[in-house]
Design a protein around this ligand. Structure first.
Ligand code: IMP
Ligand code: MG
Length: 171
C-alpha cells in the first residue's frame, strides 16, 4: 500500500451523500427516478445515494472506456455497456464518481438525451472543476476537489483501492 492520505473520511462522505439524497427527494416531489450508474467507479456511490432517496427508484448501469490520456482530449469515449431499459419519458439521474474533464459526461448526456427522457440530471460525488474541458456541470455535486488523483469509495488506480471506505489521495 502506498502512503495514502485521507481526503474525505467515511463519516464526511456519508453525511454529504445523505444531503444529496435529501435534495433529490425534495426536487422530484414524489415522482419516480431512474438512477443510471457509470461502472465501475460509481457503484458504491449509487448504492449509498439510492438508500438516501425516498422516491420510487430503479437502477440501470452503463460502462464506458476512454482511450488513453492523450486521446481523451479528442473526446473519444467508447460505450462498453448500454442501459438495459428505455429512458424515454423518465426522470434520469446519471450517477458518476468524478466529473473531471467532462468528456465522459458530455458523451453520456448526449446519448441519454437521444432517448428523450422527461428530465435529465447529473449527480457526481466529486467535481474537479479546474480540469474541465467541456461546459458541463453536475446538478448534484458532493465535493469540489483540486487536481489530485483520488481512490477509494469505488474509485480506482489501475483497478485497485475501490474498496477503501475513505476517499484518499494517491501521492
Ligand atoms: P472525464 O470527466 O471524461 O475526464 O473522466 C472522468 C472519469 O475519469 C471519471 O469517471 C473517473 O472514472 C476517471 N477519473 C478522473 N479523475 C480520477 C481520479 O482522481 N481517480 C480515479 N478516477 C478518476
Ligand atoms: Mg468513471
Amino acid at each position: 500500500m502506498p502512503d495514502l492520505k485521507v481526503l474525505f473520511s467515511r463519516e464526511q462522505i456519508a453525511a454529504r451523500v445523505a444531503e444529496l439524497g435529501a435534495q433529490i427527494t425534495r426536487d422530484f416531489q414524489g415522482e419516480p427516478v431512474v438512477l443510471v450508474g457509470v461502472l465501475k467507479g460509481a457503484a458504491i456511490f449509487l448504492s449509498d445515494l439510492s438508500r438516501q432517496i425516498e422516491l420510487d427508484s430503479t437502477f440501470d448501469f452503463i460502462a464506458v472506456s476512454s482511450y488513453g490520456n492523450q486521446k481523451q482530449n479528442s473526446g473519444e469515449v467508447k460505450l462498453q455497456k448500454d442501459v438495459d431499459q428505455s429512458m424515454e419519458g423518465r426522470n434520469v439521474i446519471l450517477v458518476e464518481d468524478i466529473l473531471d474533464t467532462g468528456l465522459t459526461m458530455t458523451y453520456l448526456k448526449k446519448m441519454i438525451m437521444a432517448h428523450k427522457p422527461k428530465s435529465f440530471r447529473i449527480a457526481a460525488l466529486l467535481d474537479k472543476k479546474c480540469r474541465r474541458q467541456q461546459p458541463i456541470q453536475a446538478d448534484y455535486a458532493g465535493f469540489e476537489i483540486p487536481d489530485e488523483f483520488v481512490v477509494g469509495y469505488g474509485m480506482d488506480y489501475a483497478e485497485r483501492y475501490r474498496n477503501l471506505p475513505d476517499i484518499c489521495i494517491v501521492p
